[in-house]
Design a protein around this ligand. Structure first.
Ligand SMILES: *[C@@H]1O[C@H](CO)[C@@H](O)[C@H](O)[C@H]1NC(C)=O
Ligand SMILES: *[C@@H]1O[C@H](CO)[C@@H](O)[C@H](O)[C@H]1NC(C)=O
Ligand SMILES: CC(=O)N[C@H]1CO[C@H](CO)[C@@H](O)[C@@H]1O
Length: 209
C-alpha cells in the first residue's frame, strides 16, 4: 500500500516529524471549506505526548467551548475558547494564520515559545472534526503532538470517535491516555459557576475512550 511504502521510506529518512506531517496531508481535505468549518465547536476529547499538557488537562478535564470566526478576505481566523477553571469561566482568544494547504493553520504560542501547525484531518463540518496539532518549542526544538476531537454538540457519534481513535493509534499514542470531556454546563465569561449548573457536573471516566 502507498501508506506503508511511504512509512518505510520516511522511517529510513529517520524523520518521524516528516512522517507525521506526511501522514496527515489528507487528500480528503483538498477541498476543505474554511467557512463551513467556522462557528461553534466543543473540544470533547484530547490526547498528547506532552506530559505537562496531559497533567494540566487531567487536573481540569472539562469541555472547552470554541467559537471560530473568519472575516472575509483575512488570511487568519480567531478561535475563542471558553472553559471552566476553578469554577469560574475563562476565555482565551488565538489567531490562526491560514496557510497554502487547505485545512492547515499556523499559530505561535508565546508562553512556550512554540510554533504550532494545526491540521483538520477529518471533518464533515456539521458534526465533528478530528484535529492534529504539531508543536515545536524554541529553542529546545522539543516536538509534541496533540490530537483533539471537536464536535458541534457536547456528544459525539461512534463514527467520529473511530476516526479520532484511529489517528491516536496512527501517531503511536494509546487510547487509554485520552482525556474525555466532563461537561459542567454552559460557561459565560465573567460569571461564577452557579449552584444550578453545578448539579449538572457528571464526572466521567478519563480513560478508555
Ligand atoms: C489577519 O490577516 C490580515 C490580512 O489578511 C492582517 O492584516 C491582520 O493583521 C491579521 N491579523 C493578525 C492578528 O495577525
Ligand atoms: C484554584 O483554587 C485553588 C484553591 O481555591 C488555588 O490554590 C489555585 O491557585 C487556583 N488556581 C487557579 C488557576 O486559579
Ligand atoms: C467524547 C465524549 O466523551 N463525549 C461526552 C461529552 O460529554 C457529554 C455530556 O456529558 C457526553 O454525553 C458525551 O458522551
Amino acid at each position: 500500500m502507498h501508506t506503508a511504502v511511504s512509512l518505510v521510506f520516511l522511517l529510513i529518512l529517520g524523520s518521524v516529524w516528516t512522517l507525521q506531517v506526511a501522514a496527515v496531508l489528507p487528500e480528503s481535505q483538498a477541498n476543505f471549506d474554511l467557512d463551513q468549518f467556522m462557528g461553534s465547536w466543543y473540544e470533547l476529547a484530547v490526547v498528547s505526548n506532552c506530559p505537562h499538557y496531559m497533567q494540566h488537562k487531567r487536573e481540569n478535564p472539562v469541555v472547552v467551548a470554541l467559537e471560530l470566526k473568519h472575516a472575509a478576505s483575512e488570511q487568519n481566523f480567531t478561535m475563542t475558547a471558553t472553559t471552566f477553571r476553578n469554577d469560574s469561566c475563562k476565555e482565551t482568544s488565538t489567531v490562526y494564520s491560514l496557510t497554502d494547504t487547505p485545512g492547515r493553520f499556523f499559530h505561535h504560542f508565546a508562553r512556550f515559545a512554540a510554533d504550532i501547525d494545526s491540521f483538520v484531518v477529518h471533518t464533515n463540518y456539521n458534526e465533528f472534526a478530528v484535529m492534529l496539532q504539531l508543536s515545536t518549542e524554541k529553542p529546545s526544538e522539543t516536538k509534541t503532538t496533540k490530537i483533539k476531537l471537536y464536535s458541534r454538540t457536547t456528544d459525539t457519534s461512534p463514527a467520529a470517535l473511530d476516526l479520532f481513535q484511529a489517528l491516536v493509534r496512527q501517531h503511536g499514542m494509546s487510547n487509554d491516555a485520552v482525556i474525555r470531556n466532563q461537561s459542567k454546563g454552559d460557561c459565560v465569561p465573567g460569571e461564577q459557576l452557579t449552584e444550578a449548573t453545578k448539579t449538572n457536573v457528571e464526572p466521567k471516566e478519563s480513560a478508555g475512550i
